[in-house]
Design a binder for this molecule. Structure first.
Ligand code: CA
Length: 656
């Protein structure tokens, strides 16, 4: 007994000697304070002298012990510098490097005898990320994390750009939630979406002080995805999936394997929660924190090739999924010089496996490769489209993928996988890992948001996780506000990962004859601009065969040549819900793109010398006041530094 007391006293001395409450970014602008107040661990984030996240609780409640309150002590462990350079050919920036300071604190709940958990804060010049390291209590080798105290408290006057969580078991055939609601723009705090909070990425405008984006990363089968719920006037707390998700199957809370090497206490880390901070939106749109903090989970077994893809479903819907029309689309893709055709739902019955092999062979003879649609089901919703029952169990899945490989199929689009439960995350990971064995790239639809997957799984292409182009075909309202929604995606949704939007339609109407159906309100130049602004390495474009003759030749020529992979990007200007101006670079060549959703025309002054050399031929695609597009080519002259361009409402701009 005496011995224990002496030891406790020693640790106590250690704590006061090592007290440190703060870690700063390498450039010194961002400061994170970590403290223990009345038994509650907490943190705050400061940008220069402005509080961006107020004092907010930390901690987890596990089935071993409650680590959210009555914490007895905190001990600072260390700060270290972490640096890394890596290359990702499938995201918005190819060569990525970062330097950050990482500081770790240990929290004790039981008189210093055994730590409860550690918190590590990773702070670079525009991001703060943190994770818990949960320590085994008694001799436990596993635990369930029932809930978290983790919260984000914002300063008064902060406004929000948030996407409400969908109600589980609602939507088409009980497939929700799948991140497909409209964002609210500049809305006050205090609401709670449709009653169950909001999905990531979540954007906050801290008055005139700047912007904060919340997200999380490094989640596969190791954990569940989370969301945020309003937990006070200015507070948002992390919540785990509702039990009703995924047909009510699986668990709400994540489980962790606790492991310790060389006699250390068994422990396990939770995913990183990320906070991206900027005076402007530039650090938000350009962040790579979701990839900085993950590692590849396996090597690419094949050399995956990215490219442009035709897709009949968005214009011609289910009826087009027959051999003749898919063959027509193969010819169209070949004519466009595109690499892929996505054959959507119902091909298993309307075309069949044997004729699909023929279609694939025909496509390959034209230099086009196929992606095939799959229903993820399964036993968790009622989505009826086939093929069903091929993706959710390993034996069936591997058999199907072996067939795909034999038939020369290069990718799949797996749909109706709504839910953030750990079991669902495990299924996403299993599909990706199996697909890699057969050289198959994977797009998910009706799904969660990826959390670092572009780097974790090298054959992962994209998630939908956005109110995507299908809604433009389904209803007129989405068309009426297409540009409004379009201005937020490049800044927010696409900032955290590849986005399968399926856009750039050149039809006036979403129908095969281009007369009936919902009416597109955006211009043709808008369609070209979003081919640049919306980023994913395999783009399913909504351009249709009839556009070869009924769309402007300059628009078709542009879409024939548009790249889908980029080495760099620059956020130039924008405001979610109003307008966005961005540049992306492909093989050394810059593409500047803008769209405008505001009633008043957007006037831009763009300094071409920031992107082009003197003497370069520069092509400017722009709209007149009636949204009639045209392209002008000029030779960049040194004397004419900034050019003035006007983007009307629902219009676009591309300079390349
Ligand atoms: Ca969808």
């Amino acid at each position: 007994m005496k011995k224990v007391l002496v030891l406790a006293a020693l640790i106590g001395a250690c704590i006061s000697a090592q007290a440190q409450e703060q870690v700063t970014s390498p450039d010194g602008h961002i400061k994170v304070n970590v403290a223990l107040t009345d038994g509650v661990p907490n943190y705050s984030v400061i940008l220069d002298n402005d509080t961006m996240i107020c004092k907010s609780p930390l901690g987890v409640k596990t089935n071993m012990a409650d680590f959210t309150k009555d914490i007895k002590n905190v001990k600072f462990i260390e700060t270290k510098e972490v640096k890394e350079s890596y290359s990702l050919p499938n995201v918005k920036i190819k060569d990525i490097s970062y330097t950050a300071n990482e500081a770790t604190w240990l929290f004790y709940n039981d008189d210093e005898k055994r730590p409860a958990f550690a918190v590590t804060m990773h702070v670079d010049n525009s991001n703060v990320a943190f994770k818990y390291d949960i320590k085994a209590q008694r001799d436990r080798k596993s635990c369930v994390v029932d809930s978290e105290a983790t919260s984000y408290v914002f300063p008064e006057g902060t406004t929000t750009f948030l996407c409400p969580q969908m109600t589980p078991q609602t939507g088409f055939a009980r497939t929700a939630p799948s991140y497909e609601t409209f964002y609210d723009y500049d809305a006050p705090m205090g609401k709670n979406g449709h009653g169950r909070g909001y999905t990531y990425p979540a954007l906050f405008r801290v008055g005139d002080k700047g912007w904060v984006m919340l997200n999380e990363t490094n989640i596969g089968g190791n954990y569940c995805g989370s969301r945020i719920e309003t937990s006070g006037e200015r507070s948002y707390a992390i919540k785990y999936p509702e039990m009703t998700e995924f047909g009510g199957i699986g668990s709400s809370a994540p489980g962790l394997m606790l492991d310790g090497k060389n006699g250390e206490v068994a422990h396990a880390e939770t995913p990183w929660r990320t906070i991206t901070i900027g005076r402007t939106l530039k650090p938000i749109a350009e962040t790579t924190i979701q990839w900085d903090l993950v590692k590849p989970q396996y090597e690419a077994k094949y050399d995956y090739k990215y490219g442009r893809s035709a897709w009949s479903w968005i214009i011609r819907m289910d009826a087009s999924c027959n051999y003749d029309e898919q063959k027509e689309y193969v010819d169209f893709a070949a004519n466009m010089g595109w690499e892929y055709l996505l054959v959507d739902a119902l091909w298993d019955t309307n075309i069949g496996y044997e004729r699909m092999e023929q279609l694939s062979k025909y496509a390959q003879s034209k230099g086009v490769n196929l992606f095939l649609w799959y229903n993820s089901n399964g036993y968790w919703n009622d989505a009826p489209q086939g093929p069903r029952g091929k993706m959710h169990r390993m034996i069936d899945r591997r058999k199907e993928m072996a067939w795909m490989q034999k038939a020369g199929i290069k990718g799949i689009k797996v749909d109706f996988v709504g839910s953030d439960k750990q079991q669902t995350m495990q299924m996403y990971e299993d599909i990706l890992a199996d697909a890699n064995e057969y050289g198959i790239m994977v797009i998910f639809h009706g799904c969660t948001l990826q959390r670092g997957w572009e780097r974790m799984y090298p054959n992962f292409i994209s998630c939908e996780a956005v109110r995507a182009s299908e809604n433009l075909a389904f209803g007129q309202n989405d068309n009426n506000i297409e540009a409004l929604a379009g201005t937020i995606h490049p800044i927010l949704r696409n900032a955290v990962g590849n986005m399968d939007f399926g856009g750039s339609a050149l039809n006036k109407h979403y129908s095969k004859n281009n007369q009936r159906g919902t009416e597109r309100k955006t211009s043709d130049v808008y369609a070209l601009a979003t081919a640049i602004l919306f980023q994913t390495p395999v783009q399913n474009f909504a351009v249709a065969p009839n556009n070869i003759t009924d769309a402007p030749a300059w628009a078709i020529d542009f879409m024939k040549a548009v790249p889908t992979t980029w080495e760099n990007m620059r956020f130039i200007d924008g405001y979610p819900g109003k307008y966005v101006v961005m540049a992306r670079q492909h093989e050394g060549k810059w593409y500047i793109a803008a769209i405008n959703a505001e009633d008043k025309p957007l006037t831009l002054y763009i300094n071409l010398l920031n992107y082009f050399e003197v003497g370069d031929i520069v092509n400017i695609y722009s709209d007149d006041a009636n949204l009639q597009g045209s392209v002008k080519s000029t030779t960049n002259k040194v004397a004419k530094k900034a050019i003035k361009v006007v983007v009307p409402k629902n219009g676009g701009l591309v300079i390349k």
